[in-house]
Design a binder for this molecule. Sequence first.
Ligand code: ZN
Length: 674
Amino acid sequence: MSAANFIDNATVTRTVQDILPKTTFSEKMVRRGVENTASLWQHQDGDAQAFHDFCVANYCKNETDKQLLFERFCRNFEIIMGYNNRLNIELRKPLDVQGFAPTPIDSYFASYDALAHLHEDMYSSKLAFIITLNFPFYTLREKNNNGHNWSDLLWGYVRLGDLFTSRVPAQALQKINEATTAAEKYIANYNIYMGMVWSDENRQYWGPDQTLLAHWGLRDELKAAYSDKQFGLDKQIILYNIMKRIVNQTILKDVIDKDEYIWFPSTNQVFISTIEIEESEQEENIRYQYLLDVFKAVKAADKYYPKYPTFIDRTFDAEYEITAQEAEQIFAELLSSPMVKKVAALISKRLGRKLEPHDIWYNGFKTRTDIPQSELDAKVRAKYPTKLAFEQDLPNIMNKLGFSARTAKFVCDRVTVEPAVGSGHALEAMMKNDHVMLRTRFGKNGLDYKGYNIGIHEFGHNVEQILSLHNVPNYFLAGVPNIACTEALAFTFQHKDLELLGVTPADELTKYFNTLDIFWNSYEIMGVALVDMKVWQWLYNNPNTTADDLKYAVLRIAKEVWNQYYAPVFGVKDEIILAVYSHMIEAPLYLASYPLGHLIDFQLEHYYEGKNIGTEVERIYSQGRLTPKLWMKRAVGREISALPLIEATTLAMEKVNAYDKQVAKQKKQAAKKK
Ligand SMILES: [Zn+2]
């Protein structure tokens, strides 16, 4: 039974009328809370009379009552979340930190979650209903339109109200989990044995042991081929053909995760030595069947989300807190910017040829430091021979970045450094009496450059974690609006790593090349994200589709996006490559978070230029978890937008062109002298 109609309108009205004489809150406010609670109340919670009595008994009498209730929720949730978080950190430790002998139970404990059923427990104990009744839900539009006038306390109330907006039965969650896990498994085994892939000219470019996972491995190999002056383009054309066969599903089942046949991707022929195999089957629509299964499982749960009735709403409005329409508008700003053609012309000039569609993955703007790795390793080892040396230097690092001594001490007193098993990570604290964890790799002689570089990145996370827990107005405002906001600070720190070591960074053009790299990456990933989003809109308009029809819809949408934003730049129509990302199948609608992240990161890092980072970071990360739109507006004076990146790209193009001209002139003069 759908939750929405278990409590009828007459009960809601009668309940509101009976609360009003006992409270100072307005009828509008009371109705909002009662309707909110009715939308989530199910038969197992009690009948209509039980609903009425519960609401009348638990509605706050006045503002003072409500604030006291809120503060108690802050205290108790901090206890629950904070200690559980610490419990998880400790249970995972044998896997995450060096020095533990392995036992077979480690991974079981690592995936154990004492709060796995917290959501439903809160409903069955009725605590969730006290929240839905007194701290009702506000939509993203309401938050964005009115949030700038809300007090910190009101914002806290609204964030508390965000906690309980759905009531999905375990069985529906299980179905979603099964469909997603099946899709993940399908993608995880999508290996192409490159040793068996031949070019039209019977060339083999890859060794017998080289396998590439679609699409990541194929794309990264395509990017790496830019540095192969002799065969790079040949390789890229082969890789591109493989990708297209994955998207249109003409790929043969026998070449996926199998190394039996020699395969010519351009003609799709397979051979054993010189004998052609005729009966090899194509995938047809398997890829899209997995996507359709995920859609069906997700859609079946729609009715349990009265506030966010579609998966698109849940991902964009609830999770990213940027609507799909807003995201599309932001992407369109960059995709249709005149700068695209200008940057494309520069790439074409640098490659010395006309652009091919696969040049959406051009990576030649990436700059690397020209200081040898060994020199950097030696420098870092001398400075940080032990974990303790690194830990003790953290306040200095903050001082160099412009933080006050007081803030540096406050933060560093709450950071614990540990040697990581993997490459490194930062773990947040969820209660104020806990520490955050900075983990990176320490060798026998202390840190090497890689460990240091990662350590600085993680330390950026730690600083965010402390500021956004301790300095925010109340517990329900702890944190940042989304992952991009914490990653941005981690990258800001990481990009300063050489400067902090006292090494002069590479030439001044580095910054401009980086901007061009971010711009071109954003241009690529925004198109990919748009295809993903439009496919989901199509699915919701055609819920009874088949895997075959879905395939043709994906191909049509991929071509439409290509023809609108890429064909005018590349001079070729109807390419389908924007649908190649595996995320589309196993993690739908995730792709949009990449370009949104790029833009937020760029806006923040760009904003710090010429300012005291410490002061700005402390101000920005103490705001509390508003919506991304309001948070960014208060952080940098501008909403999330592609314009700062476009403006910076315009400047970068001027600088790089001027530099190129100068180099050409010098070459000419040198030639004359000869
Ligand atoms: Zn990070």
